[in-house]
Design a protein around this ligand. Structure first.
Ligand code: AMP
Ligand code: MG
Length: 401
């Protein structure tokens, strides 16, 4: 048996960054992983400009409130003003370029304009309401780092710098193999003794949520040939293969022998965690293959906490491990067992200390717990509740993104 943290670290250590990159248009960058550092090619703002609608002045000339100056010019955003003449003011608007010679802006609320003259109600401080060239981003500065997942804020930075496209890593291709004679595809009438395959759609959705390409999904009956054939196909097409079920020690657990028959190498671990004990990291045709437990709840938890860091690494991301948070259980009856346990909980962050409420049904067969929960609470082996005992928890929004 190995413990949870060791299994998580082993899987993440198998991640190698993608070897290739592609150039993608700004509109299609959402969720993609940046393949190089991005340096600012412009100072931003590109010139000193006004942060307010108001009047540009020379502070040395406005030493008393009530000073009146003639208005030399009105300069709208997008226009280039003339240099400020002595003892005059220039009417500006938010974003207007500062005239040469001016060193402050008085906001219009503090001024009175009549007959092309302005009376300044305050004494300005040098630099007030002026946005200085390069104060946001300076040319040559690294503004985005390689391995960053691009969302709206990063896309705004690229656009502001004038980039119409950016280099990103290719989307990770993932293959998913489900096994089991009892499984049927949703949409067909259920045969006696059969169940629907919930893992394949769930895992495909989990992969898409992390920003992979649309996964290639295959199902194999519990027969050595079928499993070998499907694994060969997936390992030749995909950069990561996930197999579900059939990797325990029952008579119909044929995934492990299939990997070995195909010349793959395999580390089968009994991870000291509940749900999720049997997990294997294999290598087939040079590609990583992770064998997940068949129970949908187990495979969900193992995917979220053990497989997602590996996927982030294979995507070329900089951050493999989302934050682990701390909170307190609302239920006093929770006791730790002989393995660490990951309870499906709801996290209430509205108070200073996060409160975690477990779903009433924690069996590894309870798929309903997944759609109810927004977090997983980590209960150490042998845990004894006492009021206020803090435990670690994992927000699904963090770990599945
Ligand atoms: P196994 O490891 O193949 O023995 O599977 C463990 C349990 O998970 C069994 O009850 C299987 O029926 C169930 N299971 C395996 N694969 C799936 C799947 N794709 N969808 C739903 N349940 C599954
Ligand atoms: Mg099975």
């Amino acid at each position: 048996m190995i413990d949870f943290d060791t299994a998580q670290a082993h899987l993440a250590a198998r991640a190698t960054s993608p070897q290739s990159q592609e150039t993608i248009r700004l509109e299609a960058l959402n969720g993609r992983v940046l393949a190089t550092d991005i340096e600012a090619r412009l100072d931003l703002p590109p010139a000193d400009n006004s942060a307010m609608d108001g009047y540009a002045v020379r502070t040395a000339e406005v030493t008393a409130a009530g000073t009146t100056l003639p208005i030399q010019q009105r300069c709208f955003a997008g226009q280039t003003p003339k240099p400020l003449r002595q003892n005059q003011a220039i009417r500006l608007f938010t974003g207007s370029v500062m005239p040469q010679g001016a060193d402050a802006v008085l906001m219009q609320e503090d001024c009175q304009e009549t007959d092309n003259q302005v009376t300044l109600g305050r004494v300005p401080k040098a630099g007030q309401y002026v946005r200085v060239r390069g104060e946001d981003m300076a040319r040559g500065q690294t503004v985005l780092q390689k391995g960053t997942v691009l969302g709206a804020p990063q896309i705004a930075v690229l656009a502001a710098q004038g980039f119409a496209e950016a280099p990103v890593f290719p989307r990770l291709s993932v293959g998913i193999l489900t096994t089991g004679d009892e499984l049927m595809m949703p949409g067909q009438p259920l045969r006696p003794a059969a169940i629907y395959d919930s893992n394949a759609p769930m895992l495909a959705s989990l992969c898409l949520g992390l920003g992979t390409a649309k996964p290639v999904v295959r199902h194999a009956r519990d027969e050595a040939d079928a499993i070998e054939q499907a694994l060969t196909e997936l390992a030749s097409q995909c950069n990561l293969v996930l197999s579900v079920g059939g990797a325990s020690v029952g008579e119909k657990d044929l995934v492990k022998p299939a990997i070995e028959a195909l010349g793959g190498t395999l580390d089968l671990w009994r991870v000291r965690m509940k749900p999720g004990k049997p997990v294997a990291l294999a290598e087939l045709h040079g590609r990583p293959l992770v064998c997940l437990p068949g129970n949908p709840v187990s495979s969900f938890v193992v995917f979220a906490l053990l497989v997602s860091p590996l996927i982030r690494g294979l995507q070329g991301r900089q951050t493999l491990f989302p934050p682990v948070r701390r909170g307190v259980l609302t239920d006093d009856h929770v006791k730790g067992g002989d393995r660490e346990e990951f309870l499906r909980v709801r996290a209430d962050l509205s108070a200073a200390v996060t409160r975690l409420t477990p779903y009433h049904q924690q069996s590894s067969g309870a798929i309903s717990s997944l759609s109810w929960a927004d977090a997983l609470a980590r209960i150490p082996a042998g845990f004894q509740t006492r009021p206020g005992a803090e435990i670690a928890w994992y927000a699904l929004a963090d770990w599945l993104g």
